[in-house]
Write a protein that binds this ligand. Structure first.
Ligand SMILES: Cc1cc2nc3c(=O)[nH]c(=O)nc-3n(C[C@H](O)[C@H](O)[C@H](O)COP(=O)(O)O)c2cc1C
Length: 222
């Protein structure tokens, strides 16, 4: 097969087995401290931090390198209030009819409801959009591949970067999320994927005492 892309040398740092084990253990210990936070401080966050975490998200792999994502960053108070109002309208419908009884039972431990104060309190909201297809300036469509997988991975990078920076977030899905495309005037090829408030935890922030599955529950070795 003829390779069309220009190829450049690629090298990684060399580590001993002991160093590899130490590095991977250290990363796990750090990332394992990440929690979903629903109680935010309004303390300002430097814009550069948000730029850096978005650059990290944008470094994710994607199907055929299409990078089918857009990150909308909202710090404007009026727009945050508008998003809160619209999200709460959808969430009200979810909690008062659209969610199944088993879903509501599964959410009981989290004490969540349709009220989403954090959308106004957190200094930043990042709305991640997936590009279901690309559009050129002449409105011509071109295909993207494995869009959900690609954007999901980018969101994983984003959440890890937020944590690594010393900030917190919540993976939030006030569904259906069509209102975000409209409120942020995004083009027809972009669909809202996740909404992430970003900031510091509130002073008296508490999180549910969850246990994560053990390695032997999540892995099978052949
Ligand atoms: C795809 C996805 C959607 C989620 N949507 C919501 C949400 O709308 N509201 C919420 O409070 N938490 C939401 N969560 C957060 C989960 O409840 C949380 O990740 C889970 O309870 C584990 O807690 P941890 O993130 O602290 O480990 C979502 C998580 C994921 C991965």
């Amino acid at each position: 097969m003829t390779k069309k892309a220009k190829y450049i040398p690629y090298k990684t740092e060399k580590y001993s087995s002991t160093e590899l084990i130490e590095k991977s253990e250290k990363y796990f210990q750090e990332i394992n401290k990440r929690r979903s936070v629903r109680d935010f401080s309004d303390k300002e966050v430097p814009k550069e931090v948000i730029e850096n975490i978005l650059k990290t998200a944008g470094s994710a792999p994607s199907g055929a390198h299409k990078q089918p994502w857009t990150f909308c960053v909202i710090s404007n108070a009026e727009l945050k209030s508008k998003i809160r109002k619209l999200a709460e309208e959808e969430e009200y419908e979810n909690y008062h009819g659209r969610m199944s009884d088993s879903w509501k039972a599964d959410l009981k431990d989290f004490g969540t409801d349709h009220i989403k104060e954090f959308l106004e309190i957190a200094p930043y909201i990042i709305v991640v959009f997936k590009k279901v297809f690309d559009l050129d300036e002449g409105d011509n469509k071109s295909q993207n591949y494995y869009v959900n997988e690609s954007v999901g991975i980018a969101c994983g990078f984003l959440i890890a970067a937020i944590h690594q920076a010393g900030l917190v977030t919540l993976t939030h899905t006030p569904s259906p999320m069509g209102f975000l495309q409209k409120a942020l005037s995004r083009p027809k090829n972009e669909k809202a994927f996740l909404l992430l408030p970003v900031g510091y935890p509130a002073k008296d922030c508490k999180v549910p005492d969850l246990k994560r599955k053990d390695l032997n529950e999540i892995s099978f070795w052949f």
